[in-house]
Design a protein around this ligand. Structure first.
Ligand SMILES: Nc1ncnc2c1ncn2[C@@H]1O[C@H](COP(=O)(O)OP(=O)(O)O)[C@@H](O)[C@H]1O
Ligand SMILES: Cc1ncc(COP(=O)(O)OP(=O)(O)O)c(N)n1
Length: 538
């Protein structure tokens, strides 16, 4: 059901459901309109309250149709009240009669009558993205779905594009014992995917330690009918030691719905959401909410307003850097990384022609994969750019990346078979960029993207100069590649990217500038590792 086809291209307006009423061009992609159909948690950590925070934190516009009221806090659920299902239908119709819906997240449903109302509405409206979190029992052990409604919930699964059960819910849906380890959990995920004909997100949150997943907390997308690149895509993650994990399942599923509506790819969505959720768990202790299992910090990536106002007062406008000053400081900070790049065996071997061919092939293959992810990050910069000129610049750059990627495949890689898998450095670098792209700050995003322009352009120019100074020998095994480094269009684009980053820094608060500098430094380090990766991983 993912939105690969736009029905409005094929149907006359009279046939279009309200969900497809035309709206401002590109509005759904920039800020997806995401509807959460879920229960209320008045303590704000789970349910509809967590959904709305999570949707906003991931760049969406959140809407809420409430299925049930709970009286709960961080210690547990005291009572549940499920209003008549007809009133849920009235809420859902009120929304879909008026507003385009880019994605739906379904959480607590309570009973079979509610499930029936949701099913009828889904069949009528057919939203493009549906994520179903089959909420049954809270971590506190309290039931959030009547046992008698489990079969109805089971029957709702095929209407979703993604199902996100925790280990206990996975077991109930399959009528099997709870998976004892990660391998068993993945097997169960495959069985549920086959049974429901949809994609399952298997979550490692409740894995016991020492089970082959190490100390980590992996998640995996599983689909048995070919909707993913592979049947199982595992996204590893660090395990945060914290009591404050109330509402992680709700937050994950609504973030997945939001990001999927934006990027249209479940794997990319999970790779973007997972670091955000990790940050929310890591920073949960900054919130002082309740005495039990506290909520996660959905807006951990958004700068602390109090401290930014304070720093603006204390530093005053004089602290705003002059034009070019911030960029110059970034360049100074990257000097050590550039030196490290020039000293790498890979770069020396590329310059003097002694680089082993299989390492060059590995580099090209990883570059092609990287460019695809980088293009998405630049497209995000276009989406949030403050001016039309910047929007155009980043959008064009995103397009160029894809063109270069396909050219790499067509020419350089067609004669150099290299292991096509995603290498560890490429993955970490792209994950870092994707995390910056959901930081909520345009400045941080463009600062993270800049080293790929800047350091690459400088290294390329140096190698090209050395190649010419050596007489540009035609017999040099990498002569053709070294010649591509003299691209004036790329040099001009690099100057423009530097200028836009510098301008963003002048608009930013002191705290945001600090975050920009950090994002830039981290990307510069990744540039070094990227050039060194062929030696280690080819
Ligand atoms: N301690 C933790 N450290 C890191 N990630 C976690 C932790 N606990 C849960 N998660 C993540 O939170 C998300 C929700 O997982 P889980 O707790 O299994 O679901 P639920 O909240 O539905 O019980 C998953 O992405 C999982 O990997
Ligand atoms: C109203 C409401 N909906 C869902 C939950 C369960 O939240 P979840 O994120 O699955 O995980 P825990 O908070 O139970 O760890 C809830 N408690 N309330």
């Amino acid at each position: 059901m993912s939105a690969t086809v736009n029905p409005s291209e094929f149907l006359p307006d009279a046939f279009l459901p309200p969900n497809f009423l035309p709206s401002a061009p590109s509005a759904p992609l920039r800020i997806p309109r995401v509807l959460a159909i879920a229960g209320s948690d008045p303590s704000g950590g789970a349910g509809i309250q967590a959904d709305l925070k999570s949707i906003a934190a991931n760049g969406g516009y959140g809407m809420a149709a409430i299925t049930a009221l709970t009286a709960q806090n961080t210690q547990g659920v005291r009572a549940v009240h499920v209003p008549p299902a007809e009133f849920l239908t009235a809420q859902l119709d009120a929304i879909s009669d008026d507003i385009g819906i880019d994605a739906v997240k379904i959480g607590m449903l309570g009973d079979a009558a509610v499930i029936d109302a949701v099913r009828t509405w889904l069949e009528k409206v057919r939203p493009a993205v549906v994520v179903l979190d089959p909420v049954m029992v809270a971590t506190s052990g309290d039931r959030l779905l009547k046992e008698s409604a489990e079969a109805a919930l089971q029957a709702l699964l095929p209407l979703a594009d993604l199902i996100t059960p925790n280990l206990a819910e996975l077991a109930i849906l399959l009528k099997e014992p709870v998976a004892a380890d990660w391998v068993e959990a993945l097997e169960q995920g495959k069985r549920l995917a086959a049974l429901s004909g949809t994609t399952v997100l298997v979550k490692g949150g409740h894995l016991p330690g020492g089970d082959g997943a190490g100390d980590g907390c992996p998640d995996a997308l599983v689909n048995t009918v070919g909707l993913l690149g592979q049947e199982t895509v595992v996204v590893p993650g660090e395990r945060i030691v914290t009591r404050n994990s109330h509402g992680t399942g709700c937050s994950l599923s609504s973030a997945m719905a939001t990001v999927q509506a934006r990027v249209g790819n479940w794997e990319a969505a999970l790779r973007e959401v997972k670091p955000w959720l990790l940050g929310a768990l890591r920073e949960a202790s900054a919130l002082d909410v309740g005495t039990g299992n506290g909520p996660v910090h959905h807006f951990h990536h958004v700068q602390d307003r109090t401290s930014s106002q304070h720093s603006q007062h204390s530093q005053g406008p004089a602290e705003t850097p002059a034009e070019g000053e911030f960029a110059a400081a970034l360049r100074d900070g990257a000097a050590a990384d550039l030196d490290a790049i020039y000293a790498l065996d890979f770069i020396r071997g590329l310059a003097d022609g002694t680089l082993p061919e299989h390492e060059f092939a590995y580099y090209l293959a990883q570059d092609a994969i990287y460019l695809n992810g980088y293009s998405r990050v630049l497209a995000r910069a276009a989406a949030v750019a403050p001016t039309e000129a910047e929007q155009l610049f980043w959008a064009r750059s995103a397009q160029t990346c894809l063109e270069v990627e396909s050219e790499l495949h067509r020419s350089w890689l067609s004669t150099r078979p290299a292991a096509a898998g995603l290498g560890p450095v490429t993955k970490s670098y792209v994950d870092h960029l994707l995390a910056a792209s959901v930081s909520g700050s345009y400045g941080v995003l463009v600062a993270a993207a800049l080293p790929c322009f800047w350091l690459y352009a400088e290294v390329g120019a140096t190698l090209h100069r050395e190649f010419l100074a050596g007489g540009a020998p035609a017999a040099h095994p990498y002569a053709d590649w070294l010649r591509t480094y003299a691209d004036e269009d790329f040099a001009a684009a690099t100057r423009q990217a530097i200028a836009y980053t510098d301008a963003a820094a002048r608009q930013a608060s002191a705290g945001e500038r600090e975050a920009m500098a950090l994002a830039f430094r981290q990307s510069s380090r990744y540039e070094v590792h990227f050039f060194d990766a062929p030696r280690l991983h080819a």
